[in-house]
Design a protein around this ligand. Structure first.
Ligand SMILES: [Zn+2]
Length: 391
């Protein structure tokens, strides 16, 4: 992965301006973060008080500006990390009360974790190469071998649970002995007192993972068929009826999408869950897959299965619309849906990255994402759903 840092461009910048600069660099690579993914922070002092400037929820790293960061008192965040339990509403209210400017965006759901890491600059991405390896059946062994000096954390719900887990794991450790943190099935953190070094550590770690994939998990796209025409009118009609609004489509018949849609046992192959948890609010856990059956029958089955999934985990949640957000049609390609063209395009971007990861992880023995229960917890997490409402 190319290191885009320029000493000339970084020269003379304030802490926050440097934070904006390297966040934008991270955001430029869709192999690191996609559409609102990842988050960054810088610790600084305002009127002698230690403050965490952390990415505000709803901002994209590629385009974030100084006003996209929320300034939160470090002391409050560190106290929160030590609590035995903290509800989402308590976390949001507590962070809001500790913000220097309450009109700034809500701090990232990972603000407490950023505060815990005792370095000035903290970078967090959902790098494809890292999660492709982690989401393979032997992912734990590979990650351990590739990153012996990283703190490695088994999957846990983001937000307070993750922050508290890392609080417990790092009590009494020498932080100098840790080069970064890898969160299984989720992503990676790097950090340093210099913005350049935190960024460079990210690029270097992802390069290690990319090189491993080139050596061990390359796949060749074979064009197995000439793609069929997809019946677009019918798809728009039925999906719009089900969703309750006119859907826009993104039709993807690139060689990658064709190859993916031509795999054997397509239902099993393409229904193995998300690449990183927050994708679920865009894509749902699985697509609609059409192998031989007709669209209406397949849609009905998808909705029935979704309702079953919802009922088996719901406590007091209200079910989201059960219609799929994308579909894979055997020997045709990938079609993503949205209430706007932009929304459909975002789903397509996420699935493009997921398809490559699935194909690579299969070369490592098999793709394996988070459990159904963990998927549900993320899909129905209030703090994730808020993000969609802002867009
Ligand atoms: Zn994350």
């Amino acid at each position: 992965m190319k290191n885009l840092w320029s000493d000339v461009k970084a020269a003379g910048k304030s802490d926050l301006a440097l934070r904006v600069y390297s966040s934008n660099l991270l955001g430029q690579s869709s192999d690191l973060v996609l559409h609102g993914g990842g988050n960054t922070s810088v610790k600084s002092t305002v009127d002698t008080e230690e403050i965490l400037f952390v990415k505000g929820s709803g901002w994209d790293l590629v385009s974030i500006k100084e006003e996209g960061f929320s300034a939160v008192k470090m002391q409050t965040l560190l106290k929160m990390a030590a609590l035995e339990s903290l509800s989402d509403s308590e976390m949001v209210a507590g962070q809001k009360a500790a913000m220097l400017d309450s009109s700034a965006p809500n701090p990232s759901v990972e603000a407490i974790l950023h505060a815990l890491i005792p370095y000035k600059f903290v970078d967090h991405t959902h790098a494809d190469a890292i999660v492709s390896i982690s989401n393979s059946v032997d992912g734990k062994r590979y990650i351990k071998e590739l990153f012996p000096r990283f703190l490695i954390v088994d999957y846990i719900m983001p937000g307070f649970d993750l922050a508290h887990q890392i609080y417990k794991m790092t009590r009494g450790i020498e932080w100098e002995s840790i080069e970064g943190i890898i969160l299984h099935n989720h992503g990676i953190f790097t950090f340093d007192d210099s913005a350049k070094s935190a960024y460079t550590k990210m690029i270097d770690a992802v390069t290690v993972a990319e090189n491993f994939l080139v050596e061990n998990a390359s796949f060749e796209i074979q064009r197995k068929f000439e793609p069929n025409e997809c019946d677009v009118t019918k798809i728009v009609k039925h999906l719009s009826e089900l969703k309750g609004y006119k859907v826009y489509l993104n039709i993807n018949q690139t060689p990658l999408a064709n190859f993916y849609a031509s795999q054997e046992e397509l239902v099993r192959f393409a229904s193995r869950g998300v690449l990183t948890p927050e994708h679920i609010i865009r894509t749902k856990r699985v697509p609609l897959i059409i192998e031989n059956g007709n669209l209406q029958e397949s849609l009905k089955k998808y909705v029935d299965d979704y309702i079953k999934y919802f009922k088996s985990f719901a406590t007091n949640e209200v079910m989201l619309n059960p219609a799929p957000n994308y579909m894979i049609i055997k020997n045709c390609g990938l079609i993503s849906f949205g209430a706007t063209q932009k929304e459909a395009d975002i789903v397509n971007d996420i699935v493009e990255h997921t398809m490559k990861a699935v194909l690579r992880a299969d070369k490592l023995g098999g793709y394996q994402s988070i459990s159904l229960a963990d998927s549900f917890a993320m899909e129905y997490w209030e703090l994730e759903q808020i993000k969609l409402k802002k867009i």
